[in-house]
Design a protein around this ligand. Structure first.
Ligand SMILES: *[C@@H]1O[C@H](CO)[C@@H](O)[C@H](O)[C@H]1NC(C)=O
Ligand SMILES: *[C@@H]1O[C@H](CO)[C@@H](O)[C@H](O)[C@H]1NC(C)=O
Ligand SMILES: *[C@@H]1O[C@H](CO)[C@@H](O)[C@H](O)[C@H]1NC(C)=O
Length: 411
């Protein structure tokens, strides 16, 4: 065999191998995408609510698209929030929502009709013969049907929405032992909820021993988005899904007090600095370097700014963009206003150990007065009417979805 022939053969083998490799690679990718997409679609079908075609036809008013719940294609790709136009709804030009505050019922969001899936909650209601519990059960049914009606009436999408399931479930914590999914809403009892989840999972004996840092920075709890699509799908379908909400303005003021009225090594340098720099005239050098001492008025300016100098944060992000309550069919809707009552009822429903009672720790800034409506009024008094109204509008969907009374700045 001459050298030339050997050389050519080696070259041919190399090329053939490379071609085979490329072909296999493409094939594998295709398989993966196909099955991933299929699962994805199934999962969306499972979690979406139905809207009848008649209902769709009746809807002729202004639309909000799925995009306004923060689920546009673009939003999927860049995780940064994009509120460019100062309207209370993501991506909707302010010009499209004339007189929103006066005519809130015009809000309509289109969702395509999807097959109804009734997911039976894994809750044991056999013991609800007792009257005190019965009332709680009725309250739950009311809250759920209220939300369902809201979503049916207002949430519609003109096209198949490209909702990325993984993103939609990224705030949900998983407790596999009791088959629980808890969507975290900061400033609505979430620290104590996480303590309870840690106890339920068997990682701790009592909620009392779990420190604030262990709750928030420990790696005890898994998020739903850490599973593959099949795992997410299975859990959404079979687990009990729970969310706890709070009056939007109380939540906002509570977040402000927690993050800006106390030393904080993240919120002051990251948010405080940017806020003071943009909204405080003649800011002192010290305030500019430390970022401490942001006022509520400055904070609200930042919140409403269409060109925020720094992004949003889960503590003041709208609940509808954290937990997607029109897309994920929550089995239990708790309210911070009746936190312990709701939570203990829920714990009994899911068969939590007898001794486990929802804790009432206020572990940070324990000496501060709790943020209630009176405290909220004091903070809102610092804000001009127009901006106060815009702040209400900003949380408008949250108010409506959970039947909180929408306040108006002007009588
Ligand atoms: C539901 O609870 C009742 C009373 O606590 C109990 O007897 C029953 O076994 C439970 N059922 C299920 C399916 O867990
Ligand atoms: C909604 O809130 C109002 C006022 O607080 C209350 O009277 C009503 O019962 C609530 N509706 C539902 C379905 O929870
Ligand atoms: C939990 O804390 C209590 C007192 O606060 C203590 O008696 C108990 O030993 C602690 N348990 C564990 C497992 O650390």
């Amino acid at each position: 065999m001459n050298l030339k022939l050997v050389y050519v053969s080696v070259l041919m083998f190399g090329v053939a191998g490379l071609l085979l490799f490329m072909y296999l690679q493409a094939w594998i990718e295709e398989q993966y995408t196909e099955s991933g997409e299929k699962l994805h679609q199934q999962a969306i079908h499972q979690v979406f609510r139905v809207i009848s075609t008649e209902e769709l036809e009746r809807i002729t008013k202004t639309w909000i698209t799925a995009e306004h719940l923060g689920i546009s294609n673009k939003a999927l790709k860049d995780s940064t929030h994009s509120q460019e136009d100062g309207s209370p709804f993501l991506g909707m030009p302010a010009s499209l929502i004339p007189g929103l505050s006066e005519e809130p019922q015009k809000i309509t969001l289109l969702l395509q009709p999807l097959k109804q899936v009734v997911v039976p909650p894994a809750m044991n209601k056999t013991f609800i013969s007792d009257n005190s519990w019965k009332t709680m059960g009725e309250t739950q049914e009311k809250r759920k049907s209220f939300l369902q009606n809201f979503c049916r009436k207002h949430v519609v999408s003109e096209n198949r929405p490209q909702i990325h399931l993984v993103r939609m479930v990224s705030r949900i914590y998983v407790e596999d032992k009791h088959k629980l999914l808890y969507c975290e809403v900061p400033k609505a009892g979430c620290s104590n909820w996480k303590r309870v989840l840690i106890v339920l999972s068997g990682l701790a004996k009592s909620a009392a021993n779990i420190t604030h840092n262990a709750v928030h920075y420990g790696k005890h709890l898994k998020k739903l988005d850490s599973y593959d699509l099949k795992g997410i799908h299975m859990r959404l379908k079979t687990y009990t899904k729970v969310i706890f909400v709070r009056d939007p303005m109380e939540r906002l003021v509570s977040a402000f007090r927690d993050k800006f009225e106390h030393p904080n090594s993240y919120y002051h340098p990251v948010f405080g600095k940017a806020i003071i720099k943009k909204y405080r005239l003649n800011a002192g050098r010290e305030a500019l370097t430390a970022g401490s001492g942001v006022t509520f008025k400055e904070f609200v300016k930042y919140l409403l700014d269409s060109h925020r100098p720094v992004g949003m944060d889960t503590h003041w992000e709208q609940i509808n963009k954290l937990c997607y309550p029109c897309f994920i069919n929550y089995d239990f809707i708790g309210k911070f206003e009746t936190l312990e009552e709701d939570a203990n009822y829920f714990l009994r429903l899911i068969g939590a150990p007898e001794g486990l009672v929802f804790p009432n720790f206020k572990d940070r800034h324990a000496t501060d007065k709790r943020t209630n409506s009176e405290v909220v009024q004091q903070y809102l008094a610092e804000i001009p009417d127009k901006e106060r109204q815009q702040t209400y509008d900003f949380y408008y969907l949250d108010y409506l979805m959970f039947n909180y009374t929408v306040p108006y700045a002007q009588p």
